[in-house]
Design a binder for this molecule. Structure first.
Ligand code: BG6
Length: 511
């Protein structure tokens, strides 16, 4: 039996990829919530770029479905301006756009009304014939997760879903985060989804997994021999993961105020990045082998609950957040969180993982920094002098300025023994001519090809909630506690710095 992901083939010849990503298979993509922001900002520009690169099969069509009253012509016009505004590649190629636009249709309907689904079915029949999509259907739920059960049941009643994810024709469903609000609601959502779909048909998107630099974490770790021997409690002092955003809630006040940063970023993106960073070696690069290892990490996270949040978590909120549209004037929703967690397994016992994420910070910067232990014995002077030397730090820069750098200690030229820190730097933009694609390009293509490696599995989502839910509950119960306020454009609340100082460590600078 092959251990390779679906639709990949080994290309062992020099210069050829190890795993060759094939083109998509023919399919019809139906987007629910087609009038929303995600469709305009991400999905349609991503599809446009895939068409530019000719990796999407020509037997392809899109139907947008939403409540908004409009004709296909108007829908296409909105999408054209969206591509002009948000496409990664510019200027927009009119020929590619025209060929894409011909494949886009719009169906108006609500999520609950069976009539809408009848209209959808008729349009699907027409497009499947017209564009030879072979009956393969990919449904993208670009909707609030609460709408998912209803949509799935209606799709099933309308006979639009098949049983299979791989045999042709197939049907698959991509779901957006957040999957529920806590462990119970996530389990319930998964249960309902499981009544309608086989797990192999469910593609739970976490766009961080589609980022080029996030995919490179495993290649860096397992494609080199030099890291693995050091990748453990013996050599690593702690690991910091930072996801700093310079933007605020960007008109999403209502959603954000009910969600907060822990649900929005930690439960999904940060825990995924952490898992890739610390997971054990999978037996192959096949989807479930990798996902099994990611799940093990989530299962090993030491729970933080009750009073534990006092010691291990700092919640922050940027000043001015409460003046954002649709945000409660007394809101306690955190827009920033810093937390310390541990992974209870052989490799990582006792190593603190410091996670930090927030909005309206000084700069956009997502990175993982692996901070190594200091040298055990000082040769260059008194021991206290050596203690002032920087530790070795390996930083994986996820975005922007994608790359990896390693801080090492070096002798400064001259007759005296003067030592200092230097950096070895690999930058994607210097090393490669390829532009870095948007994560949605990769993820849409993978879902069309049936490769679920970069999507979250049911148990993965639930284990992430299992860790995060007690933290949320403790915070929501502590109604007399307020988030620590921080100024827009700062590095976050001072409490987060003090929190780090308590452990005799300091955050990396946000630059
Ligand atoms: C989304 C969150 O999932 O990720 C947003 O809902 C956040 O609040 C965004 O801004 C960050 O994504 P990126 O790719 O810009 O780091």
């Amino acid at each position: 039996m092959s251990v390779l992901p679906v639709d990949y083939a080994i290309r062992p010849e020099a210069g050829e990829p190890f795993l060759q990503a094939d083109r998509s298979t023919p399919c019809l993509l139906v987007i629910f919530g087609a009038a929303g922001d995600l469709t305009r900002r991400k999905l349609i520009p991503a599809l446009y770029n895939l068409l530019c690169e000719r990796v999407i099969d020509e037997w392809f069509a899109v139907i947008g479905y939403s409540r908004t009253e409009q004709e296909s012509e108007a829908f296409r016009a909105t999408l054209e301006s969206a591509v002009k505004e948000y496409s990664r590649t510019q200027p927009v190629d009119p020929l590619v756009w025209q060929s894409f636009a011909k494949r886009i249709e719009y169906v108006r309907g609500s999520f609950e009304d069976p009539e809408g689904y009848n209209a959808l079915r008729q349009r699907i029949d027409v497009l499947e014939q017209g564009f030879g999509t072979g009956g393969n259907r990919l449904f993208y739920l670009a909707t609030p997760p609460a709408a998912a059960p209803q949509i799935l049941h209606r799709l099933q009643e309308a006979g639009l879903l098949y049983d299979s994810s791989d045999e042709t024709p197939w049907s698959r469903v991509i779901m957006e985060k957040p999957y529920g609000r806590d462990l119970t609601s996530a389990q319930e959502l998964n249960r309902i989804v499981g009544e309608v779909l086989d797990e192999s048909q469910v593609y739970r998107i976490d766009h961080y997994l589609g980022k080029e630099t996030v995919q490179n974490i495993l290649v860096t770790r397992f494609g080199n021999t030099i890291f693995e021997p050091l990748w453990n409690r013996k050599y690593i002092d702690h690991i910091q993961i930072t996801a700093a955003e310079s933007i605020g809630v960007e008109g999403r006040g209502r959603f954000y105020d009910q969600t907060g940063v822990v649900r929005d970023m930690v439960q999904s993106h940060l825990l995924q990045v952490l898992s890739l960073c610390v997971m054990e070696t999978p037996i192959s690069f096949a989807a479930d082998d990798i996902r099994d290892k990611r799940v093990e990490v989530l299962r090993s996270l030491r729970p933080i609950s009750g009073d534990g949040i006092e010691k291990s978590v700092v919640f922050g909120q940027y000043r001015g957040y409460r003046d954002e549209e649709n945000v409660d004037k007394d809101s306690r929703s955190p827009t920033y969180v810093a937390l310390k967690c541990f992974i209870d397994n052989w490799r990582w016992q006792g190593v603190p993982f410091m996670l930090r994420v927030g909005k309206h910070l000084k700069a956009r910067m997502t990175e993982i920094s692996v901070v190594f232990r200091p040298v055990p014995h000082c040769l260059f002077g008194r021991d206290d002098v050596c203690q002032t030397l920087d530790s070795n730090v390996l930083t994986i820069r996820i975005q922007p300025d994608e790359g990896i750098d390693l801080k090492i200690i070096s002798k400064q030229p001259g007759d005296s023994l003067q030592v200092g820190t230097v950096e070895m730097d690999f930058s994607y933009s210097d090393a490669y001519n390829h532009p870095i694609k948007d994560a949605y390009e990769r993820l849409l293509l993978d879902a069309m090809r049936g490769d679920a490696t970069l999507f979250a599995r049911r148990d993965e989502v639930e284990h992430a909630w299992r860790f995060v839910t007690p933290i949320l509950q403790a915070w929501e119960r502590a109604t007399d506690r307020y988030p620590a306020f921080y100024a827009e454009g700062s590095a976050g609340p001072v409490e987060a710095d003090k929190f780090m100082h308590r452990y005799d460590r300091k955050w990396r600078e946000i630059v």
